[in-house]
Write a protein that binds this ligand. Sequence first.
Ligand code: HEM
Length: 183
Amino acid sequence: MYGIVNKAIQEMVTSRFGEEVWQRVSQRAGIADEDFLSHQPYPDQLTYQLVGAVCEETGMEATPVLEAFGSYWVLETGRARYGGLLEAGGHTLSEFLLNLPNFHARICLIYPELQPPEFLCEATGDNQIRVRYFSQRPGLAPFVRGLLLGVGELYATSVDVIQQHSRTSQDDFDEFLVSWRER
Ligand code: HEM
C-alpha cells in the first residue's frame, strides 16, 4: 500500500500512545527509523506487520485497532490532507455512500498504482444503505467498519454499522448495513 497509509498508522499511534510506543512498534515491525514516503508503494505485508506490532505493543486486538484506524483515516488523515476530495464525495451522508463505488477513481489520479477497494452500495430503506466491499486484500473488514463510522461523523451523524456478511471461500465480499436516524 502507498506510504501514506503507513504514515497515518504512525501518526495515529503517536497521537494516541506517544512517541515511545511508536518507536517500539516500528522496531518490532522491523522498520525503525523508516521515513515513509506518501507517494511510494510499499509491500502490503509491511502494513499488516505494523498492525500486528501495534496489537502486541498496546495489548489491543486487531479488530479494534483496524476500526480505530478506519475512523482516524477519514477524520484525521482524510480531512487534513484530502478535505476537498471528501467534500466532493457528496452533499449528504446518503449521497456520499451511494457515490462510494466511484470514490477511489479520483484517488487513482493522485496514486496511479493504487489497488483500490471496490464497493457496491444500495439504499435499502430510508436512512439505510447496504455496502458490499470487495478487495484483493484479506482481513480488512474492521477497517471498513471504522471508515463507515468515520464517514457518519463527517456528516455529524451517528450511524449504526452492522456487518451482515463476511467473506468466505464461496463469497468474495463483506457486507455492511449502515443506518441512521434522520437528524
Ligand atoms: C480522502 C479520502 C481517502 C483517500 C485519500 C484514500 C486513499 C487510499 C489509499 C492511498 C489506499 C491504499 C491502497 C493502495 O495503496 O493500493 C486506500 C485503501 C483503502 N481505502 Fe481509501 N481513501 C480515502 C477514503 C476512503 C473511504 C471514505 C473509504 C470507505 C468508506 C475507503 C476505503 C478504503 C479501503 C477499504 C482500503 C483498503 C484497500 C483494500 O481494501 O484493498 N477509503 N485508500
